[in-house]
Design a protein around this ligand. Structure first.
Ligand code: AHR
Length: 502
C-alpha cells in the first residue's frame, strides 16, 4: 500500500507558536556544570561558558529555555546565585542529592541565554518558599530601578531589567517526590496567591500553573480541575509533563508513544474548556522527551539518593538510539498537530541530562541522535499547522491498540511548506505520496534512519557519530511529491509552492 499524506487547506489551520521549540536547563547532574559552563574548558568564553556547546545550542534552534528546574527549583534560593561568585554559598540540593556551588546563577544564566538566542522562562520555588520570595525574584528581575532589589540587580551588573515574561508557578507539585509536595487544593490556592502577587508587580507576565506530572498520576484530571478552579482567571498556561521509554522492552508501543501525548493534550484541553470556557488557557508541555525512567527509578535513583553529596554527578545521561530519535520526531509531529492548544513546549533537557547535546569535561561536545529531528523541525515549521490526513496501514500495540505505521503533519508559511513524517515500521520501508493541493516548485527531503552497518539501537558517541540526516531522493509531479520512507525513520520535506496558485 502506498501511504498518502494530504493537506486539508479547507479546514482551519492553527498558528504555530514558536515557543513550542523550547528547551530546559536544570541545575541537575551535568546540565549546567560541565554542560553549558566549564571555565577551564579550552573553548570557554570569559564568563566560563563553553563555546563548543554554545555553538551546538545555537544550531539546535530552540527558542525558549526553562530554568532552573525541575525538581531542583523546589528547594532553591535564587539569592544564593547572585553577587560575587566567591561569596556564594555551597548548598545541599536535596532534589538530586548533590552539592550546588552556585557558580552559575540568575545573571550568568540570563546573559548566556541572550548570547545563544534563548528567551528565559523562569520557575519560582513553591516548594520550600512562597509568594513573598516569588514576588521578590520578579521585582529583582523586572523592575527597572528605584527599589532596593532593583538597585541590587544593577549593582550586580545588570543595569537593564531582565524583563522575563514567562514564569512557572512551581514544578510537579502533585508528585510525592517533589520538595514541598502539595494536594491540588493546597497548590491551587498557593499558585493563585503567587499569581495575584506577581501580577501586582508586573501585569505583563505570562504565568504557567503546574499540571500533572504525567497522565498516569492517580490525581490526573482532578488535579487540573482543582488547580483551575483556583487559578483559571489568573494564569495563561497549564503544564503537561510527558516522558516515554520502551517499558518492558515493548518497542512497538514505545514507537507509538505520541498517541499517549495526543490523548493527554486532548484530555487537558477538554478540562480547560470545562473550567475556563471563555478565557483562553494554553497547554505548556514544559517537560517532554524520551527517558529511561525504569533504569533511573530501579537502579540509579536508590544509589544516587543516598550516601555522598557530589557536585554535578553524572545523572540520567541517556544515550539515544535511532529508535529514540524516531520517537522524538513523532512527538514533535504531535505537538505541531495540536498547535491550536499547545502554546509552549520544552524538551527536557538541553545538555547531558536526557539531552540532545552531550559533552565531556575538557573534551568534545556532540549531537545525540535526538538532536536532528528537533533541529530540523524547528528550522522548517513556521507559520501554521495544517490539518493533515494520512492514509496508512496500522499495526497492533500492547499499550495503544491499533497505531498508524506512518504519521505526518504539514506546516505552511506563505509559499514555504514543510511535511514531517515518521515510519514506525521496524521491518519495512513505505512508499509515500504527499499531496499538497498546489503546484510544487521545488522540494527536498531529509531523513534520519538506521545508518549503513547500524541497527535500530545505534547511538552517537564522543568518538563516532554515525546517526545524522541524509538527503532522500524524491520525485515532484505537479501537486505531489513522492519518496520512500526507509524502515524506522523520521523525515522532513521542505517544499516551495507556486505563488501563482495562492
Ligand atoms: O527532567 C528531569 C526531572 O523530571 C525534572 O527535574 C522533574 O521536573 C521531572 O520529574
Amino acid at each position: 500500500m502506498v501511504v498518502k499524506i494530504s493537506a486539508d487547506w479547507g479546514a482551519a489551520s492553527a498558528r504555530i507558536d514558536r515557543r513550542i521549540f523550547g528547551t530546559f536547563v536544570e541545575h541537575m547532574g551535568r546540565c549546567v556544570y560541565e554542560g553549558i559552563y566549564e571555565p577551564s574548558h579550552p573553548t570557554a568564553d570569559e564568563e566560563g561558558f563553553r563555546g563548543d556547546v554554545a555553538e551546538l545550542v545555537r544550531e539546535l534552534g530552540a527558542t525558549v529555555v526553562r530554568y532552573p528546574g525541575g525538581n531542583f527549583v523546589s528547594g532553591y534560593n535564587w539569592e544564593d546565585g547572585i553577587g560575587p561568585k566567591e561569596d556564594r554559598p555551597v548548598r545541599l540540593d536535596a532534589a538530586w542529592h548533590s552539592l550546588e556551588t552556585n557558580q552559575v546563577g540568575l545573571h550568568e544564566f540570563f546573559n548566556w541565554s541572550k548570547r545563544v538566542g534563548l528567551e528565559v522562562m523562569e520557575a519560582v520555588n513553591l516548594g520550600t518558599r512562597g509568594i513573598g520570595d516569588a514576588a521578590a525574584l520578579l521585582e529583582y528581575c523586572n523592575i527597572e530601578a528605584g527599589t532596593t532589589r532593583a538597585q541590587e540587580r544593577r549593582a550586580n551588573g545588570a543595569k537593564d531589567p531582565f524583563n522575563i515574561k514567562l514564569w512557572c508557578l512551581g514544578n510537579e507539585m502533585d508528585g510525592p517526590w517533589q520538595i514541598g509536595h502539595k494536594t491540588a487544593h493546597e497548590y491551587g490556592r498557593l499558585a493563585a496567591e503567587a499569581a495575584r502577587m506577581m501580577r501586582f508587580i508586573d501585569s505583563s507576565v505570562e504565568l504557567v500553573a503546574a499540571g500533572s506530572s504525567n497522565m498516569e498520576m492517580p490525581t490526573f484530571g482532578e488535579w487540573e480541575r482543582t488547580v483551575l478552579a483556583h487559578t483559571a482567571d489568573l494564569i495563561d498556561h497549564i503544564s503537561i509533563h510527558a516522558y516515554y521509554e520502551p517499558k518492558g522492552g515493548d518497542v512497538d508501543s514505545f514507537l507509538a508513544s505520541s498517541l499517549n501525548l495526543e490523548a493527554y493534550i486532548r484530555e487537558v484541553a477538554k478540562i480547560i474548556d470545562e473550567c475556563s470556557p471563555t478565557r483562553r488557557i494554553g497547554i505548556s508541555v514544559d517537560e517532554w522527551n524520551v527517558w529511561n525512567q525504569t533504569r533511573w527509578n530501579e537502579t540509579d535513583k536508590p544509589r544516587v539518593m543516598t550516601g555522598a553529596w557530589p557536585a554535578h554527578p553524572r545523572l540520567i545521561e541517556d544515550d539515544y538510539t535511532v529508535t529514540d530519535a524516531v520517537v522524538v520526531g513523532s512527538l514533535l509531529i504531535t505537538l505541531l498537530r495540536n498547535a491550536d492548544r499547545v502554546s509552549m513546549a520544552n524538551q527536557a533537557q538541553l545538555v547531558n541530562v536526557i539531552a540532545p547535546i552531550r559533552s565531556e569535561p575538557n573534551g568534545p561536545a556532540w549531537r545525540q541522535t535526538t538532536f536532528f529531528p528537533f533541529q530540523l523541525t524547528s528550522a522548517l515549521a513556521h507559520g501554521v499547522a495544517v490539518p493533515t490526513t494520512v492514509h496508512t496501514p496500522t499495526y497492533d500495540t500492547a499499550l495503544y491498540g491499533d497505531a498508524p505505521v506512518v504519521d505526518a503533519v504539514v506546516t505552511r508559511d506563505e509559499d514555504r511548506c514543510a511535511v514531517f513524517a515518521v515510519n514506525r515500521d521496524r521491518e519495512a520501508a513505505h512508499e509515500v505520496v504527499v499531496e499538497l493541493g498546489m503546484a510544487i516548485v521545488s522540494a527536498n527531503v531529509q531523513v534520519l534512519t538506521i545508518p549503513e552497518n547500524g541497527t535500530q539501537d545505534t547511538i552517537n558517541t564522543a568518538d563516532d557519530q554515525p546517526v545524522g540526516l541524509e538527503e532522500l531522493t524524491c520525485v515532484i509531479d505537479g501537486n505531489t511529491v513522492r519518496f520512500t520512507l526507509p524502515t524506522l525513520s523520521w523525515a522532513a520535506v521542505s517544499a516551495t509552492l507556486s505563488k501563482d496558485e495562492m
